[in-house]
Write a protein that binds this ligand. Structure first.
Ligand code: APR
Length: 231
């Protein structure tokens, strides 16, 4: 099969070997936290300090970590693939772009961005974000982490949907397949004729939806796949 358009979906597993905790699993970020306590609009309204502290700690952690060979391999694919390519990440870290990836969508927001709940402007943000910080655009004291919480609509879904429908190859890397709509992209891609491949440390909730699954660490599997694609 000739491949022209590639869509890659990444999750927390691709950043695990850089030292960032995944969400689910034994060392997961949600251990000790209920998701509803930190990652919903209701939690932000109820306890803004907790929500901001959770994301401030994770933003600070970014300074201590670096992209790993899986991020580097995807950046190399992005730079060298002559056809259509889109990396859709559920991750709010900045490791894909620090590795050099350009054709990238952060569908769940970014740690290094703040969103004004009043005017909807997003601002680059590096550092702590105290609740009640003022928006540089409109002045309202309503800046919040620019993170898509449970119950909120992921970003740029029109572009994502169009790319997934056009894909000849859809690859999912390091995601548990537990959170929709991302977990459903594989079905759309298959329905429109794409080959589908999952790369993950272990079988995921969505493994059965993929034609092929390769199990192992992303730092090994992703460079190998990129080598095959660029050969
Ligand atoms: N290489 C490949 N896969 C790995 C590695 C690794 N080194 N380490 C862990 N994994 C796999 C795990 O086996 C798991 O299936 O990565 C997956 C991570 O799953 P989650 O922690 O559920 O992360 P993710 O799928 O990105 O979560 C989706 O949920 O909480 C929300 O918005 C948040 O974007 C996040 C979404």
């Amino acid at each position: 099969m000739d491949i022209e358009n590639i869509v890659i979906l990444t999750g927390a597993g691709i950043s695990a070997e850089s030292g960032l905790a995944t969400f689910r699993g034994p060392d997961g970020l949600w251990e000790g936290h209920r998701v509803e306590d930190v990652c919903t609009p209701q939690a932000l309204a109820r306890d803004a300090d907790l929500v901001h502290r959770f994301y401030d700690e994770r933003r600070a952690k970014l300074a201590e970590v670096s992209p790993n060979p899986a991020h580097a391999a995807l950046a190399k694919l992005d730079a060298n693939w002559p056809g259509g390519l889109l990396i859709i990440t559920q991750n709010v870290d900045d490791l894909h772009e620090r590795a050099g990836a350009r054709r990238l969508i952060h569908m769940h927001g970014e740690l290094k961005s703040a969103l004004c709940a009043a005017c909807g402007e997003a601002e680059a943000w590096d550092g702590a974000l105290p609740p009640g910080s003022s928006c540089p655009a409109c002045g309202a004291p309503q800046l919040r982490p620019d993170i898509v919480f449970f119950g909120e609509m992921p970003y740029r879904m029109d572009e994502i949907d169009a790319a997934v429908r056009r894909a000849d190859l859809f690859v999912s890397i390091g995601t548990s397949g537990a959170v929709y709509p991302a977990a459903g992209f594989v079905q759309t891609a298959r329905h429109h004729g794409a080959r589908t491949l999952e790369l993950n440390l272990e079988p995921s909730a969505g493994s059965y939806l993929f034609e092929d699954t390769r199990l192992g660490p992303a730092s090994v599997l992703v460079p190998a796949l990129v080598g095959e694609l660029l050969a």
